[in-house]
Write a protein that binds this ligand. Structure first.
Ligand SMILES: *[C@@H]1O[C@H](CO)[C@@H](O)[C@H](O)[C@H]1NC(C)=O
Ligand SMILES: *[C@@H]1O[C@H](CO)[C@@H](O)[C@H](O)[C@H]1NC(C)=O
Ligand SMILES: *[C@@H]1O[C@H](CO)[C@@H](O)[C@H](O)[C@H]1NC(C)=O
Ligand SMILES: *[C@@H]1O[C@H](CO)[C@@H](O)[C@H](O)[C@H]1NC(C)=O
Ligand SMILES: *[C@@H]1O[C@H](CO)[C@@H](O)[C@H](O)[C@H]1NC(C)=O
Ligand SMILES: *[C@@H]1O[C@H](CO)[C@@H](O)[C@H](O)[C@H]1NC(C)=O
Ligand SMILES: *[C@@H]1O[C@H](CO)[C@@H](O)[C@H](O)[C@H]1NC(C)=O
Ligand SMILES: *[C@@H]1O[C@H](CO)[C@@H](O)[C@H](O)[C@H]1NC(C)=O
Ligand SMILES: *[C@@H]1O[C@H](CO)[C@@H](O)[C@H](O)[C@H]1NC(C)=O
Ligand SMILES: *[C@@H]1O[C@H](CO)[C@@H](O)[C@H](O)[C@H]1NC(C)=O
Ligand SMILES: *[C@@H]1O[C@H](CO)[C@@H](O)[C@H](O)[C@H]1NC(C)=O
Ligand SMILES: *[C@@H]1O[C@H](CO)[C@@H](O)[C@H](O)[C@H]1NC(C)=O
Length: 845
């Protein structure tokens, strides 16, 4: 960048301007990036500090700047290209990087050269175009505004004479979030039209914080969800769900909070690589939510909505409207196989991803000429929310009878009982976005409504069709068998499908087959009866409640209700699949499930003493668990995990071990619950995951390097173990700064040789068993080894607990990243900072 003249004195009295200095000059102090009333700035003003870089066409004229973690926030006039118009914006700027706009006041109304920004004497911030017309205003006259401040979070704030906030740009998010910024219930991000046109996109993508969590939508009438934050059901009674929900961009996660009591654990997190430089998050014009960070250039470090299941095909515009996505960027248009009629044409034959359009548009005054074309094994990105447990004919009829319905997408119920009319879920979109055939596990059919023109003119001969051969749906493979070229192109995909299907069949056998002890399918009525109309709530998580019920035989059950949207469906399937066939005395047994309308229920055995977190932190002083009881719980959990890791047919990694997922029965026998996050992986294989999940505080450090083995569970187990021995949370804000992080305390106690100091101070019994407890702290330390290869396996832990073997003697006491002994806890002073462990805060970067 060109270093421009520093402070111009004409403005110096009114505001502190900062100027980026090159290394030759001493750095300027960015102390108070504020401005007083009766100040105005123009984009013609030569004295404003300019950030531009010849390698990039964008340019910022800074009004206020604030130093950031490497770089600065600036607010000012932003423009790109010819700069015939500009925006009033908040931008991340620095000497060597291209400016990145993270907020703007007037993205739909750029102002021309000669525009003026006034902070008026009446306390209003007004943007006037060159012709004097008001383009944007904060509407804050008469609110005793005293000045303007650009905070170190990048929030532009008007404050009053008491320094209280009057107006803030964070209340008007555009398409970006910056670290520490929250998106509150009712707020939304909307992307711009394209990367070069900042105008707000109309009626396509939006990301909203709703009472159901974070939901990404496409379309508008009604909108269709393509992402929804997954359920992290909390099996406890402490959750306060009346507070305003929000997600906050923290260092290392996008965390969902449903508690109004702060600080609180997030209810769910999407993990993001730790920031090693400035980051920001942006909802892209194509519906992706991406995180960018400065490395050599601004580069993407995470793509938060892409799941490893549907991949790119899970995005509603991956192949445009009416396109069919087959993975690997393959897009095709729907084709009717019998009779062979072309109803759709590609928008652009050379760019199949742009989607397809109807040759004869649907018209409501000629519904008698409408038919369906049937696309077997084709499904849709969202879960099917319109009608549940209907049969295919009902689904099709409902669409035919409704003129605004453009397709009937039908999916057979998962593991549906084999009655005469098989029920399924039905979705009737009023706009058809990208469909997909990448998911052979799902037995679905899409019926796309098309208009027959009167007369036979549209019927084309098979030969005219095959001459247009392009990578297409498997469905037409059989009929276009003559087209060798096509066959050649599709063969790879076919092999892929077949392989996946073989695996799918394997899995299907596991739970649909006549295996005794398999989960029962309950009807909704049955569940309603057993729970006395969902009357006795045991607890509530982000997406649904847990109710108590009693079966006819008198046994108690816990019914987890997952309200249906997006990924909840997947976690339901995953949970039924992975828990259904697993029986172990230390694993919570899945007794059954139920799919009814938009609702999914999982039926578990009842655990009368609830989750472990009720008992180990000193919220519960009346009943302090004694040493024998704690030992039993520890051994139970270790055995449950050892079983998952070593004794199942397929290794199961839990991925979310925490006290909330450890349940206790009447006699304080512990069982591990919630396999919703677990993934089946082959033995002796590590798996690279694209999305990371879990709970901060319990996440092993290698999550950052994406090599996930069962040792992540060993680590989380170590954290839980330590919490039980010390009777406190792994992060406790109520304690003095130096002892907030339990792992930091552990490290210090090792260094000073005073491990016994860590023992739960509320339990005399624990202290009388001091030496035993100290041994156990050593077990925890072994599990918490930074290098995952040094951690024991869970079966070794069981052996240690049963006194068959001994704790490794050469432990590394650096529980915090060895390469970064002094951890920077970036947002320590922030009120609702997630209780991250030091190990999580200091990634291997
Ligand atoms: C422009 O940015 C590039 C990095 O993107 C940097 O290498 C270069 O030095 C910058 N140029 C100027 C004139 O600052
Ligand atoms: C803003 O006003 C306050 C109070 O009148 C004064 O102390 C301060 O110097 C002013 N700041 C600037 C940048 O003019
Ligand atoms: C910038 O100006 C040049 C010449 O004046 C013109 O050819 C080009 O299209 C302009 N670009 C934009 C983005 O307006
Ligand atoms: C904006 O500021 C300029 C210069 O201070 C002043 O001439 C103009 O009247 C102001 N406009 C408004 C609408 O306050
Ligand atoms: C100010 O009020 C106008 C008219 O009521 C409204 O259109 C505009 O969005 C408001 N501006 C802000 C920043 O709230
Ligand atoms: C401006 O914001 C920063 C925090 O980002 C704060 O420390 C400072 O006191 C604020 N200044 C004024 C004048 O409110
Ligand atoms: C940006 O997109 C809007 C809405 O699609 C359009 O009206 C406008 O002309 C576009 N602007 C440019 C510069 O292409
Ligand atoms: C949950 O809380 C409610 C109200 O505070 C209480 O009545 C109920 O007994 C609690 N349930 C359990 C299982 O603790
Ligand atoms: C729950 O949240 C509401 C709203 O913030 C608050 O008024 C109430 O006191 C909270 N209840 C508990 C038990 O924390
Ligand atoms: C249906 O209505 C459109 C105009 O709304 C008209 O152009 C068209 O001819 C009508 N078609 C039939 C079959 O009536
Ligand atoms: C889908 O399920 C239905 C009903 O269970 C069954 O008849 C059909 O064969 C299944 N199709 C596939 C492709 O599995
Ligand atoms: C759909 O999948 C089933 C097996 O799952 C297969 O038998 C059938 O041929 C597929 N149909 C099409 C059109 O690909």
């Amino acid at each position: 960048m060109k270093a421009s003249p520093c402070i111009r004195y004409s403005f110096a009295l009114l505001l502190f301007l900062t100027c980026y200095s090159t290394t030759a000059q001493p750095p300027f102090e960015f102390d108070h990036p504020t401005a007083n009333l009766s100040t105005s700035w123009s984009n013609t003003d030569q004295s404003l500090t300019v950030y531009d870089n010849s390698s990039d066409t964008s340019r910022v004229q800074a009004i206020l700047t604030r130093r950031l973690f490497e770089g600065e926030f600036a607010c000012g006039f932003y423009c790109d290209g010819n700069c015939t118009s500009s925006l009033f914006a908040v931008v991340i700027v620095s000497e060597t990087r291209s400016p990145q706009m993270v907020w703007s006041a007037n993205r739909d109304h750029p102002v021309s050269y000669g525009a003026l920004l006034n902070l008026t004497a009446r306390g209003e911030l007004v943007l006037l175009d060159a012709d004097g017309s008001t383009v944007w205003t904060t509407n804050t006259t008469g609110k005793t505004v005293a000045g303007l401040n650009l905070t170190d979070d990048g929030n532009l704030v008007l404050f009053d004479t008491n320094r209280q906030l009057v107006w803030q740009s964070f209340d008007y998010p555009t398409d970006c979030l910056v670290p520490r910024q929250a998106l509150f219930q009712g707020q939304q991000l909307i992307p711009s039209v394209s990367s070069t046109n900042w105008t707000t996109q109309k009626d396509l993508f939006s990301l909203k914080m709703t009472d159901k969590g974070l939901v990404a939508y496409v379309g508008s009438n009604p909108p269709q969800a393509y992402y929804s934050s997954r359920s992290y059901d909390v099996y406890d009674n402490y959750t306060n769900t009346t507070g305003r929900r929000y997600v906050r961009f923290l260092n290392g996660s996008l965390s969902l909070f449903i508690h109004s009591v702060e600080p609180s654990d997030p209810d769910g997190v999407i993990t993001i690589p730790q920031a090693s430089s400035a980051q920001y998050m942006k909802l892209m014009p194509d519906g992706h939510l991406r995180v960018f960070q400065w490395k050599a250039g601004w580069s993407e470090v995470a793509d938060l909505f892409t799941d490893d299941y549907l991949g790119e095909c899970g995005y509603p515009m991956a192949c445009g409207r009416y396109g069919i996505c087959s993975g690997n960027q393959q897009c095709s248009c729907p084709v009717s196989s019998s009779p062979r009629i072309e109803y759709f044409k590609a928008q652009d034959d050379r760019q199949p991803a742009l989607g397809c359009s109807e040759i004869t548009p649907l018209t409501c005054n000629a519904t008698q000429d409408q038919v369906f074309i049937e696309l077997e094994n084709v499904t849709y990105f969202n879960i099917l929310v319109d009608m549940k447990s209907v049969d295919m004919d009902t689904c099709k009829r409902a669409c035919m009878n409704n003129c605004s319905c453009k397709a009937a997408i039908f999916r057979y119920d998962f593991a549906s009982s084999t009655t005469t009319s098989t029920p399924g879920d039905c979705f009737l979109p009023s706009e058809v976005f990208t469909m997909t055939n990448v998911d052979p596990l799902i037995n679905a059919t899409a019926f796309v409504k098309v208009q027959n023109a009167s007369g036979p003119s549209n019927i084309s001969s098979p030969s005219s069709h095959s001459s247009k051969s392009r990578p297409a749906l498997l469905g037409i493979l059989t009929s276009t068998i003559g087209s060798a070229m096509f066959l050649f192109g599709a063969i790879g995909f076919l092999v892929y499908i077949i392989r996946k299907r073989i695996r799918a069949n394997d899995m299907a056998e596991e739970y649909i087959g006549e295996v005794p002890g398999m989960p029962t399918r309950f009807s909704y009525e049955e569940l309603k009866a057993t729970t006395e109309n969902f009357n006795k709530k045991l607890g509530e998580g982000g997406f649904g409640a847990v109710y108590e019920g009693t079966l006819e035989d008198g046994s108690k059950i816990a019914v987890k209700c997952l309200e249906g949207l997006g990924q909840v469906e997947k976690s339901f399937l995953a949970e039924v699949e992975s828990t259904g066939s697993i029986h172990h005395v230390n694993l919570v047994r899945l007794r059954g499930f139920c799919a009814w309308r938009s609702q999914r229920f999982l039926v578990y055995e009842f655990m009368s003493n609830g989750s472990l977190d009720r008992w180990i932190y000193h919220g519960n002083r009346e009943h302090i668990l004694d040493w024998e009881c704690r030992k039993k719980i520890i051994l139970n959990v270790a055995k449950g995990l050892a079983y998952l890791h070593d004794d199942c047919r397929q290794k199961i990694i839990h991925l979310d071990i925490k006290p909330q997922n450890i349940l206790l029965d009447n006699d304080f026998n512990a069982k591990v619950s919630d396999f919703g996050l677990s993934k089946l992986i082959d033995r002796n294989q590590t798996q690279v995951m694209t999305t990371m999940r879990g709970t901060p505080g319990y996440l092993a450090p290698e999550w950052l390097s994406s090599i996930i083995t069962e040792k992540v569970d060993v680590y989380s187990f170590g954290v839980v173990l330590l919490e039980m021995l010390c009777g406190r949370k792994n992060f406790d804000r109520s304690l003095p700064e130096e002892s907030r992080h339990l792992l930091g305390v552990l490290q210090k106690c090792w260094e000073q040789g005073v491990l016994a100091d860590m023992i739960d101070k509320y339990s005399e019994d624990m202290h009388t068993h001091g030496p035993e407890v100290v041994e156990m702290i050593k077990v925890a330390s072994w599990c918490l080894q930074y290098d995952f290869t040094k951690r024991p396996s869970m079966s070794t832990v069981v052996k240690v607990l049963e006194d068959v073997t001994k704790v490794e003697s050469s432990l590394d006491y650096n529980f915090i990243d060895p390469r970064q002994p002094k951890t920077t806890v970036e947002h320590e002073n922030h009120k609702d900072m997630t209780p991250l462990l030091a190990s999580v805060l200091s990634g291997p970067r």
